[in-house]
Design a protein around this ligand. Structure first.
Ligand code: HXC
Length: 510
C-alpha cells in the first residue's frame, strides 16, 4: 500500500510538471502564467479538486506514441471563488502548445456535462495552439463536442472565457458561444484566420495584435467584454466578476452583505441633468451614485459606448444595468449599441437577474451606414430582448425618450414592471425643433413664429406628464430619491412570476 501511495504521489508530481521546466520558463518569459498558477490565483486557496489528471492522448502517429504527458494539455476540475463553486478548465500551453486532442476535449466535455447536472458555472482559461495537428479529424470532432456543449449549457449555467494566449481558427467559436469573453493585452489573440492567410487572400498586412488582440476586440469588434494588462489582473477581475453571477438558471442571484442604506439620498443628482437639453452629462455618474457602494462592473466600456451595460447590486443582490450614454453620439441607439444591449439583456433574462434601465435616448442614429448595415434588424434585437424578458424590469427615464427608442428601452408597453421618470424627462415622438419643422413645413417662415411654436410643442410634450397621465410612467420621482425608489421596486418584484407562451424557441432577428 505504501508503495502504491508513493507511486500515486510521483505520478501526480509528474502531471503537475506539465511540459517541463524549459517550456514553463518560456511561458513565463512571455509574461504568461502556467495553467496551474492561473488556477491558484482564480480559485480560493486549497479549494481546487482536479479531475482526469492521468488522462493521456491515444494518438500513435507522427511519434506521438513516445510523447504522452499526463493531463494532456488541460487542467480540469472544480473549486470555489469566495466560497461559491465553479467548474474550471485551464489549457496548458507547455503541453503540445495547449492544443486540443480528442482526450483533451473529453476532459472539457466531462466538466461541462457535470456543470449542467449540478447547476454550477464553467470558467475556461484558454491558451491553445488550436486543433492537435497530429490527430487530424479526431481533434476537429473534439472541438465540435465542446461546441455542442457550449450551446446546451447556454442559458443553464453562466459560461465565461478568459483568453490568455492564442485562440485561432474554428477554436474561437467555443469562447464565442460563452456568455462573456475576457482577454489579456499583448499575450492573447483571437481570429478565424491568421495574418498569413489574410495576406495571401486579401493582400492586407496586419499584425496578430491588430487583427485579433485584446484592444481590437474590446474597441472595434466587440467580441471581448473586457481586457486586462496581464494574467494577474485578469484573474483578480474574474473573481470579482464571478461574485455577480447566479450559479445557474435555477439558483437566483447571490446576496452579499452591504453597508449601503436603501434610503441613501443623493442630493447631487438633482443637478446632474444640465438645463440645456442638448448638453451631455455622464450617465455612469448616475449609475455609480445609485447602486450599492458605487460598485459597478462595466462590460465593453470601449465598444459602442453610447450604451452602458454592466452588473451592480441593490440591497446586496445582483442587477443588470443598461443605460444610454449622452456623452457618446448623444446616447443614440445604433447597430453596435443595439447588439451590445440585446445580448446583455438576454443574459440577465436567462439567469433571473433584474434589469434596471436608465433612459436618455434621442432616437436611432440616422444615415446610410446604419440603414445599409441593417439597423432595422439589429435595433429589433434590443426590442426583442426587452420584450421577451420576464425578469423584473425597472426603468427610469432621465431626459429624452424619443420615438421608437422610447418603446425599445424597457417601456411600459414591453412589460416594464415599474417605470419612473425624473421631472426632466421629455417623452415624445421627437425633439420640439424637429417636430415643428415637420408639422409646419412650408407654412412657417418667420423665425419668431417658429420659436413660439417650438416653445409650445416643448411645453406640451417635452415633459413626463403626458406619459404619466396615461399611466405609461408610474411616478415622477425626485432625482435624489432614485436609489430608494429603485430598491423598493426591486424588493417588490423579487417574487415576480411571468411566463411567455409555450414555444420551442422564438426567432430573434439575427
Ligand atoms: C500540436 C502544437 C500546436 C498544434 C503548437 N504546438 N500548436 N502541437 N498541435 N496545433 C506545439 C509546438 O509544436 C511546440 O511544441 C509548442 O506547441 C509550442 O509552440 P511554439 O510554436 O513553439 O510556440 P509559439 O512560438 O508561441 O507559437 C504559438 C502558435 C504556433 C502561434 C500557436 O505554435 C502555431 O502557429 N501553432 C499552430 C497553430 C495552428 O495552425 N493550429 C491549428 C489551427 S486550426 P514543442 O514540442 O516544440 O514545445 C484549428 C481548427 C479548429 O484549430 C477547428 C475547430 C472546428
Amino acid at each position: 500500500m505504501k508503495r502504491i501511495i508513493q507511486e500515486l504521489e510521483e505520478r501526480r508530481a509528474a502531471a503537475r510538471e506539465g511540459g517541463g521546466q524549459l517550456r514553463v520558463d518560456a511561458q513565463h518569459a512571455k509574461g504568461k502564467l502556467t495553467a496551474r498558477e492561473r488556477l491558484e490565483l482564480l480559485l480560493d486557496p486549497g479549494s481546487f479538486e482536479e479531475y482526469d489528471m492521468f488522462v493521456e492522448h491515444r494518438s500513435n502517429d507522427f511519434g506521438m506514441d513516445k510523447q504522452r504527458v499526463p493531463g494532456d494539455g488541460v487542467v480540469t476540475g472544480h473549486g470555489t471563488i469566495n466560497g461559491r463553486p465553479t467548474f474550471v478548465f485551464s489549457q496548458d500551453f507547455t503541453v503540445f502548445g495547449g492544443s486540443l486532442s480528442e482526450a483533451h476535449a473529453e476532459k472539457i466535455c466531462k466538466i461541462m456535462d457535470q456543470a449542467i447536472k449540478v447547476g454550477i458555472p464553467v470558467i475556461g482559461l484558454n491558451d491553445s495552439g488550436g486543433a492537435r495537428i497530429q490527430e487530424g479529424v479526431a481533434s476537429l470532432g473534439g472541438y465540435a463536442e465542446v461546441f455542442q456543449r457550449n450551446v446546451l449549457t447556454s442559458g443553464v449555467v453562466p459560461q465565461l472565457s478568459v483568453v490568455m494566449g492564442p485562440c485561432a481558427g474554428g477554436a474561437v467559436y467555443s469562447p464565442a458561444m460563452t456568455d462573456f469573453i475576457f482577454m489579456v493585452k499583448d499575450s492573447s489573440y483571437m481570429f478565424v484566420t491568421g495574418p498569413d492567410v489574410v495576406k495571401t487572400v486579401t493582400h492586407e498586412t496586419v499584425s496578430h495584435e491588430e487583427l485579433g488582440g485584446a484592444t481590437t476586440h474590446t474597441t472595434k469588434s466587440g467580441v471581448s467584454d473586457a481586457s486586462f494588462e496581464n494574467d494577474v489582473e485578469a484573474l483578480v477581475a474574474t473573481r470579482r466578476f464571478f461574485d455577480f453571477f447566479p450559479l445557474s438558471n435555477r439558483s437566483g442571484v447571490p446576496k452579499w452583505p452591504t453597508q449601503d442604506p436603501i434610503d441613501r439620498a443623493e442630493p447631487s443628482l438633482d443637478g446632474l441633468v444640465p438645463d440645456n437639453s442638448t448638453k451631455p452629462y455622464d450617465i455612469k455618474e448616475l449609475v455609480q451614485k445609485v447602486v450599492d457602494e458605487g460598485d459597478f462592473f462595466e462590460l465593453q466600456p470601449n465598444y459602442a459606448a453610447n450604451i452602458v451595460i454592466g452588473f451592480a447590486r441593490m440591497e446586496g443582490r445582483t442587477i443588470g444595468v443598461v443605460a444610454n450614454q449622452p456623452t457618446v453620439l448623444a446616447g443614440c441607439l445604433d447597430i453596435d449599441s443595439s447588439r451590445k444591449g440585446a445580448r446583455f439583456v438576454r443574459f440577465c433574462d436567462c439567469f433571473n437577474i433584474p434589469i434596471v434601465t436608465f433612459v436618455d435616448v434621442p432616437g436611432f442614429l440616422p444615415g446610410t451606414t446604419q440603414e445599409h448595415g441593417a439597423i432595422i434588424k439589429h435595433g429589433a434585437k434590443l426590442l426583442y430582448a426587452y420584450a421577451e424578458a420576464t425578469v423584473p424590469k425597472v426603468t427610469l427615464i432621465i431626459r429624452k425618450a424619443y420615438g421608437g427608442a422610447y418603446d425599445v428601452m424597457s417601456s411600459k408597453h414591453l412589460r416594464g414592471d415599474v417605470n419612473y421618470a425624473w421631472p426632466s424627462a421629455e417623452i415624445a415622438v421627437m425633439g420640439a425643433k424637429g417636430a415643428v419643422e415637420i408639422i409646419f413645413r412650408g407654412s412657417l417662415d418667420d423665425p419668431e413664429e417658429v420659436k413660439i411654436k417650438t416653445q409650445e410643442y416643448s411645453e406640451k410634450f417635452a415633459n413626463p406628464f403626458m406619459a404619466a397621465r396615461r399611466g405609461y410612467i408610474d411616478d415622477i420621482i425626485q432625482p435624489r430619491d432614485t436609489r430608494r425608489r429603485i430598491c423598493l421596486s426591486l424588493r417588490l418584484l423579487r417574487e415576480k412570476t411571468l411566463q411567455n407562451p409555450w414555444k420551442k424557441h422564438g426567432n430573434i432577428p439575427l
